[in-house]
Design a protein around this ligand. Sequence first.
Ligand code: F6R
Length: 241
Amino acid sequence: MNEVYEFNWVEVADYDEMSRLAAELFEQQVNKKPDSVLGLATGASPIGFYRNLVDRYVKGRISFANVQTFNLDEYTGLEFSHPTSFYSYMEEHLFTKVDLPAIHRHLPDGEAANLNEECVRYERVIRESGGIDIQLLGIGVNGHIGFNEPGTPFHSRTHIVKLAESTRARNAKYFPSAEEFPRQAITMGIQTILEAKKIILLAFGEEKTEAIERLRSGNVSKDFPASCLHRHSNVTVLYGK
Ligand code: F6R
């Protein structure tokens, strides 16, 4: 881990500004290095960001032809095509709308016969790609990043997680019934995330205020996973309410 750290805090006026600034940072990255490796997230926070990226693609400002993407996480036991899988989310918001080749789109395979082996494979493919140039993150109200819930060791790599009750409660709305909500997911670990060269964290809305204040306090503890970002040298937080 890097001992020298610096946080770039950018307060945005609204969700659209956050989305635009994040898309701008990704556009700069890809235009500087067309075969960039992008780390991506799902959830409510990045929807506007993806809309913005697609818009830039349509206007010919960015091409994903040589890019590779790695998503942070995926539920286990859901088919790729299940409407609430993160794969479906990515298809809806990005994959089917830009020129990113199918073989360059990577998510953990939550349906793999051997989930432990899948975690090892995912780490290997990230490594073989040359590593993540820029990683997008959201933040949970409990400070989770990816599905790294409070208590996750900072040295963790891609692993299987049991989802916290608060995360289940928050995401259950995307599923027809609480019983159908997966109990587990595969997520990049904290160390995996920290190895990205740049990190962009999006946090918008009142409900994220407390988490952002906690992150700003600078206290580093595994009880608040996002605090690990103080051990990274290139983090930009785009936040607002
Ligand atoms: C999503 C992910 C999660 C979310 C976080 C915030 O791939 O890994 O950590 O980023 O739960 O979710 P939203 O943006 O829906 O508030």
